[in-house]
Design a protein around this ligand. Sequence first.
Ligand code: ZN
Length: 404
Amino acid sequence: MSEPPEPVPGQPRARGRGRAAERAAGPRATRVGATPAERRRAARRPREPLFRLPEVDEVRRLRRAQAGERLRRQARRAMIGDGLAIGIDIGGTKVAAGVVDAGGRVVARARRDTPTRSPQAVEDLIADLVEELSAQAEVVSVGIGAAGFVDATRSTVLFSPHLAWRDEPLREAVELRVRERLGRRVGRRTLVENDANAAAWAEYRFGAGRGEPRLVCITLGTGIGGAVVQAGRLQRGRYGIAGEFGHMVLVPGGHRCECGNRGCWEQYASGNSLGRDGRELARGGSPFAHTLLAGAGGDPEAVRGQVVTQAARAGDPAAVEIVEDTGRWLGTGLANLAAALDPGTFVIGGGVSDAGDLLLGPAREEFRRTLTGRGYRPEARVVRAELGPDAGLVGAADLSRGWG
Ligand SMILES: [Zn+2]
């Protein structure tokens, strides 16, 4: 008889002290006929869980770590406050930097070409930019956004496809260089973040994703970057590298991807795929490729994604067709993501989103056509990002203040 007595329908439960004691003692102590002394002894006995999963210890450890991280973040935010922060966005060809205020406005800027593929040269350049910008304003922190896998401590780039970084302790390297030059540190904290995460955070805080509790942001550049923001936190995954949606396989056996697989999403819906389709058309000598060829100086091999986007915006039918195809592939991928993540809003940013509704129109159509349970479920909005090329640096700066 270890079950608590069932309440008799129509009769009130025991009231007052008796019920409170029952609750405190737990079900094992409520044996019918137990003396008060027995009840007191049972209440003192530690309660054993009914069952215990082997993973429980690991989950508890993670929860404790998360609670610790939450406290540290609150402390950092209190310490750093809402002052000006430096944001640096390292792209494959350009490095954009700025001083960003607490409202997401860029109050000072600097821009350079990405020097070489050498990690040290890029680190020197980052230190140059921190030196230059910190001379113009008193800053509280520095945030650096870079393409690639960033570890869970936000300090080391584990792998960067464009910059030849492999296990590069970027935060330490930049802080060291800055201290050597200025004889002091700049701000109270330096943070490294994946560039797509940084852009998503900026859109969530200051752009098209404001007020959306569950947001997926897709950045269409040379490849596809992705990030999820939920209830005010970036979802970084167990090891810090969640959101690599560009490498979901949509076409088994399709185009070869830089990652080694075939048929990845970014082979069909990115700047690279726009350029590839444009070049294919131009090489074939199609009369429809006239505008594309003109945009690339007459050289079919010089047709890039941007050339296709510009020609499409100018109304060139061949370029419009390529952008629409790309939009449909975008919509298919979004439907897959909606099945997995069920966000309220998809924000689409990056250079390819400059094509606007030429791209997003077919993307929305295909999204609706492919969505699981279509017609029987609320649909996520698909909107264009608002912050343009500033998103990466604004987001990196804001995250460095202890948010996200
Ligand atoms: Zn891939």
